[in-house]
Design a binder for this molecule. Structure first.
Ligand SMILES: C[S@@+](CC[C@H](N)C(=O)[O-])C[C@H]1O[C@@H](n2cnc3c(N)ncnc32)[C@H](O)[C@@H]1O
Length: 275
């Protein structure tokens, strides 16, 4: 049986959330519920959000879990609707799950052929193919440079314009020269389609406002753009005397975890404690 998603930095998440019996935790990225199950094992209660109905369907029904189909940009609204206005911790485990990534029809992987989709929320208005086929060369270049940090953005944008229309992951992968470039271009597209950086910037202050005094925010990010947002936000809060950073340096998975789960390789965990 396929594992939906192997949770990363599982013990570290529980440690930094300081999970306690009857504590209330929001898992803003429920996925397959791996982190949530561990919080519930520690007798915490979880309000779990995911914007992907597949994740909600696959996540085990657990006593103590209230699952909600929602984007975490609506964190405060969702919490208020469930009367979860004061919580002990909020977890963000960013990006896509292994299930999303390895399902060809979702279009996230350049190694699996499928429609160029990449929407985590299948009701979003535009897909990766829509962006690839309608943006100007300047806009494509900007996207690859800003969200993929791809040095050859201009050349790749030009090749894409010449090869359009492009509707599948394989077609797009063929236009790009190397796997490292493909990885960066696919990352950029995924970030753009799902508005990932803005969503994170919008959600972090909402998470802080929901925390009780002594409550914690834990974020696991998988690339430098997300990590920078988290690092800067936590620094700003600390300067404003709203609490303190629990992880002066990001916490990384050990070699043992990476050996068991290569996807953990790029994970970075940061945690903040509200005053
Ligand atoms: C890395 S997985 C989480 C895995 C989970 N921690 C586990 O242990 O199974 C990220 C999940 O967050 C969801 N997600 C990403 N961005 C989101 C957002 N803005 N709002 C709600 N869910 C989001 C994705 O759909 C995906 O299911």
């Amino acid at each position: 049986m396929e594992i939906f998603h192997k949770p990363v930095l599982l013990q570290e998440v529980c440690h930094y959330l300081a999970v306690k019996p009857q504590g209330r935790y929001i898992d803003a990225t429920l996925g397959g519920g791996g982190h949530t199950q561990e919080i519930i094992k520690g007798q915490g209660l979880v309000l779990g959000l995911d914007q992907d109905p597949d994740a909600l369907n696959a996540c085990p029904r657990l006593d103590g879990l209230t699952p909600v189909l929602a984007n975490f940009t609506h964190l405060k609204e969702v919490a208020a609707a469930k009367s979860w206005t004061e919580v002990d911790g909020v977890l963000f485990d960013l990006g896509v799950s292994s299930h999303q990534f390895s399902t060809p029809s979702r279009g996230f992987s350049f190694q699996l052929d499928g429609p160029l989709d990449m929407r985590m929320d299948p009701t979003l208005n535009y897909t990766a193919a829509d962006l690839i086929n309608t943006l100007s060369d300047r806009e494509l270049e900007y996207m690859f440079k800003t969200y993929g940090e791809e040095p050859q953005s201009k050349q790749i944008a030009r090749k894409i314009i010449q090869a359009r229309p492009i509707t599948t992951t394989r077609q797009l992968a063929m236009v790009i020269q190397s796997d490292s470039q493909r990885r960066r271009v696919f990352q950029a597209l995924r970030i753009a389609v799902n508005n990932e950086l803005d969503s994170l910037e919008q959600a972090l202050p909402q998470a802080l406002s929901l925390l009780t005094s002594g409550g914690r925010i834990v974020v696991i990010s998988f690339h430098s753009l997300e990590d920078r947002i988290v690092k800067n936000q936590f620094r700003e809060w600390e300067k404003s005397d709203l609490g303190h950073i629990l992880t002066p340096k990001p916490v990384l998975p050990g070699q043992d975890e990476i050996n068991l789960n290569s996807k953990a390789k790029s994970a970075k965990l940061r945690a903040f404690l509200k005053k």
